[in-house]
Design a protein around this ligand. Sequence first.
Ligand code: DGY
Length: 329
Amino acid sequence: MKPKILVTRATFDDVIAKLRERFEVEDNQKDDAPWSTEEFRRRLADKDGVLPTGSDRVDAATLDAAPRLKAVCNIAVGYNNIDLAACSERGILATNTPGVLDDTTADMTWALLMAAARRVAEAERWLRAGNWKGWKNDQFLGVDVHHATLGIIGMGRIGRAIARRAKGFSMRILYHNRRRVPKAVEKQLGAKYVSMEKLLKESDFISLNMPYSPEVHHLIGAAQLAHMKPTAVIVNAARGGIIDDAALVQALKERRIAAAGLDVFEGEPKFNPGFLEVDNVALVPHIGSATRATRTSMAMLASKNLSAALSGRRPPNLLNPEAWPKRRR
Ligand code: DGY
């Protein structure tokens, strides 16, 4: 008998077809409606594996509703939706999809950075509203990206991909990270390690690129925004909650910083309505990794992790190695 798996949200049909070769698949292809907690738990009750997205909460109570569950293989690199400790306690393997979305997410970070710097979203809204009567010297003046200083907070794979792009804009690159990266990497990227305070003070553009954890909750709040230049632009394509959104709305309203570009929000898909009242922010709905190629690679990598886990092999992207010796079989 094939192992039973659940795919919580619609993915590409060819991914589902591939999964069906090895598993009995219950999917959400037709409706793609997010399930309630109860519905999710009910569907999980007889499953051996699950492929959730970053917006499906996999907590202890959900795991308790799934006595046969052996693997939770997120179709996302972020995994703050999964209670890893609860998985480990129960011998359930958890995985994510690192590596396959770095360049795509770095591209989106740059799209937001450019849009915020050159007021692209704001100017487009104005043009669509029929306001354009003719060329003006000071119409939508923005700030220069080239030769400016970029501050990267979180110099992992995505941070590095962002830095590589910045070299093409002749930018000075500062970074801050939990641990300093190897000197050879710094040299290759032309990036200088600095304290958080120096980065906030000296950067024209700041990009956040770290996974969410309680330690980085509101890493950027009123105090940090106050350190930034009045001409600074901040971009977050990492996770909601790293920025204190209420503090950011206030700083944007009072023009204490120039602009922001946001792909992620606290409590998404809801977000602070204050963002809709300010023009100096470019907003997109968590689409950092949203290209067909990358979303396919993410789903395929998650499937590979699941196949390994359900056939007794160690999954390539295991997040909780402590669960391996006591894994459910
Ligand atoms: C990720 O992979 O974590 C992206 O945010 C998509 O959810």
